[in-house]
Design a protein around this ligand. Structure first.
Ligand SMILES: [Zn+2]
Length: 302
């Protein structure tokens, strides 16, 4: 009986039981200064904006579309954001696409996200995840394996290799000559060397940096590895994600270890990705990246 109680307690600590709405910011912080991207391949509508929500959830705007990554809007005793949500679920704008890297609660909180009203929003997920999304009521869900693509209007979504403790994909998003990479919470793997061959020009890379180890095994790239990946991608701008997460006393003491921070990423990128501008965004901060004539004007004014 004692063993059963203990194992149920541990299971509860590790699982997503007892979930509650995560606290959100009351007012968005002031926007940082826009970044002028290279004008190469400029096109109307090539501007990009990114708002960090928390953990690996960001709201990305490109080609006039709004894309949400890895939705996670609740918390449990063992899964806490470690920061307020930059945008509460009920304050999300109308989305054109949701992408999810893998089926872990803190990246695919589909039960909570089921409160989002537009059930026909296109959703692109890794293999074996669609059924859960459909069960939650979403009607337009597609699974992609690495290097498979799908078109959402004029936005091209390509699943790319990823590796974690469960099956994971990362994503390249392309629209109007701009390309954005979303790294989910993958490890750095040799298959990612193929990325710059297929996507030679990347404007923005969203990269996990906390180097999470679970039971002694590394499951997420650390800050130095993320900086190496930013360098491989020749990303013009990199925004670190996935670094404020906290478990509870038990998991943070006995199961999880973190080795990476946005500060370490910023430092490592100076040598590993010297042409990449790093921006660390507080929850709710919206960074705008402009291309073309507007970029040239603001670039020459600096
Ligand atoms: Zn995960």
């Amino acid at each position: 009986m004692f063993r059963l109680t203990v194992s149920m307690f541990v299971l509860c600590l590790l699982s997503a039981c007892g979930r509650a709405a995560a606290p959100a910011l009351r007012a968005a912080p002031a926007a940082p200064a826009p970044i002028a991207l290279s004008a190469a391949g400029e096109e109307q509508g090539a501007d990009i904006a990114v708002t960090r929500i928390a953990h690996a959830s960001v709201l990305l705007e490109m080609g006039g579309k709004r894309i949400l990554t890895d939705p996670w809007f609740s918390e449990t005793n063992a899964y806490r954001h470690g920061e307020p949500l930059g945008i509460a679920l009920e304050n999300l704008p109308k989305l054109d696409l949701v992408i999810a890297s893998h089926d872990h609660y803190d990246h695919f909180d589909i039960e909570t996200f089921a409160a989002y009203s537009d059930k026909a929003v296109p959703m692109v997920v890794a293999p074996e995840m669609a059924e859960k999304a459909r069960t939650a009521g979403f009607t337009n869900v597609q699974e992609l394996k690495p290097w498979q693509s799908v078109q959402v209007g004029d936005l091209t979504v390509t699943a790319c290799p990823g590796a974690h403790s469960v099956e994971e994909v990362t994503y390249m998003l392309q629209s109007h000559g701009s390309t954005v990479y979303f790294g989910g919470d993958s490890r750095l793997i040799p298959e990612m060397d193929e990325l710059p061959k297929r996507f030679p020009s990347v404007q923005l890379a969203l990269l996990p940096v906390n180097g999470l180890h679970a039971m002694g095994k590394q499951v997420v790239m650390n800050a130095d590895e993320a900086a190496q990946l930013a360098g491989k991608l020749h990303a013009e701008v990199a925004v670190p994600i996935h670094y404020r997460f906290q478990g509870n006393w038990f998991t943070d003491t006995f199961i999880l270890r973190y080795e990476g921070s946005p500060e370490r990423f910023t430092e490592a990128a100076k040598t590993a990705a010297p042409s990449t501008q790093v921006r660390v965004l507080a929850p709710g901060e919206r960074l705008v990246m402009t291309r073309g004539a507007a970029a040239q004007a603001s670039g020459s004014a600096q």
